[in-house]
Design a protein around this ligand. Structure first.
Ligand SMILES: [Zn+2]
Length: 399
């Protein structure tokens, strides 16, 4: 072995955890507590790009940030320097860097909730109006479960309370049951109209609970932003097909780890990982066969464990998010020579601003004029003098 390069030596050191399955090389990867393991396909250098393309840049990849992408890749694959490859891929992905600035700019209110179990509390919001699609849709009803972070997005033609109530009943309640609490940031009138509409549809005349809480902790706002970002990347130029792009976005979101729970919404709900298009492309060892009874027992145990893990994470995360939030409230400082994105909301005629990306770059910081004003330039254009609110670091890791 002494004569081989460092990479070969690294794989050699892994010898005991490598195994062949139908002629394909896998690495057996155990979780930290040793309770579970998975098989990661060992990817040769030459195929790394295909994997990253599929898990980050494809429609079912969804252009998620470094953390989510790394999780998705590790769930399935192993190669030397995986983390740094993913990191680099996401940073240099030209399609998605442009949209990352706004996330660091808008701040949601941070509130704490004690979340209990799947589908007890849900939040709803209506996004729009967006350009009317060929199918006649103009709005998106966004629904999210607080505990599992399971997202749904239903396309609707208008935002009348009856339309919203009908969609909630047909698509959410018929699948997941009636929630105990319904949150919404829309006006109180709207929310109570939706609620009354729902009770009518359900044939419930009197209820002792009033599932109305016109407040949210930014959970749905963040999902909304992610949806709009995603649609702006994948929607056709004339913007009339965004309703067809939504389902694939949801697939990407449900299979990506959520930073609050540390697990993907799919895992939280089903207790196992979702099979993605890339699993067909690259193959994946099938799960061990089991009888329905065995499966149910096993599933119960896994879900209990998964939910316990998530509950612990909720606590850790609240403090971590708060620290990060506080750290961000300082003015960003740029140095001369720094590469930056510049926020330039120029409207293209006839297109909805909601589905456009407005970040231009990279610009170079030429001079700092005072604490908040900078001169920037993108050669061969003339320099601009801009407020730092309109700037974002070009190389920031995007989550
Ligand atoms: Zn990307």
């Amino acid at each position: 072995m002494a004569s081989y390069g460092p990479v070969t030596k690294k794989y050699w050191a892994l010898w005991d955890s490598l195994k062949l399955h139908n002629g394909v090389l896998y690495r057996k990867w155990e979780s930290d507590d040793g309770r579970s393991f998975r098989l990661q396909l060992v990817v040769p250098r030459s195929r790394v790009e295909n994997v990253l393309e599929e898990l980050h840049s494809s429609p079912s990849g969804g252009h998620f940030g470094v953390m989510k992408t790394t999780h998705k890749v590790r769930e399935r694959f192993y190669w030397d320097k995986l983390k740094s490859d993913v990191d680099k891929w996401c940073r240099t992905c030209s399609t998605c860097t442009a949209r990352k600035g706004p996330n660091t700019r808008t701040r949601g209110r941070l509130q704490r909730y004690n979340v209990g179990a799947p589908f007890e509390r849900i939040a709803i919001d209506v996004l729009g109006p967006l350009p009317q699609t060929t199918n006649g849709n103009k709005y998106i009803l966004v629904v999210m479960d607080y505990f599992t972070k399971w997202p749904e997005a239903y396309v609707i033609p208008n935002q009348e309370a009856t339309t919203v109530a009908e969609a909630l009943l047909q698509d959410w309640i018929c699948r997941f049951g009636v929630p105990l609490l319904l949150h919404s940031d829309q006006g109180t009138n709207f929310t109570s109209a939706v609620f009354t509409g729902l009770m009518d549809l359900l044939g419930v005349t009197k209820t002792r609970t009033t599932p109305l809480h016109p407040q949210s902790d930014g959970m749905v706002e963040r999902l909304n932003r992610t949806i709009l970002n995603h649609l702006s990347l994948f929607t056709h130029r004339n913007q009339n097909d965004w309703d067809q792009k939504l389902p694939l976005f949801l697939l990407a979101y449900r299979s990506a780890v959520h930073e609050t729970t540390g697990l993907s919404p799919f895992q939280m709900l089903m207790g196992r990982e979702l099979r993605l298009p890339c699993d067909l492309l690259f193959g994946r060892p099938p799960d061990d066969p089991s009888s329905p009874v065995e499966y149910l027992e096993d599933l119960k145990a896994r879900l209990e464990y998964v939910h316990l893990f998530a509950r612990e994470r909720f606590d850790i995360n609240t403090s971590r998010m708060k620290t990060r939030y506080d750290a961000k409230s300082h003015e960003p400082a740029f140095k001369i020579g720094d590469k930056v994105w510049f926020w330039n909301p120029k409207r293209r005629k006839g297109l909805s601003p909601k589905l456009q990306t407005f970040w231009e770059g990279p610009y170079t910081v030429v001079k700092q004029l005072n604490d908040v004003v900078y001169r920037i330039q993108k050669k061969p254009c003339k320099p601009k003098v801009v407020h730092c609110d309109k700037l974002a670091p070009y190389n920031s890791a995007h989550e």
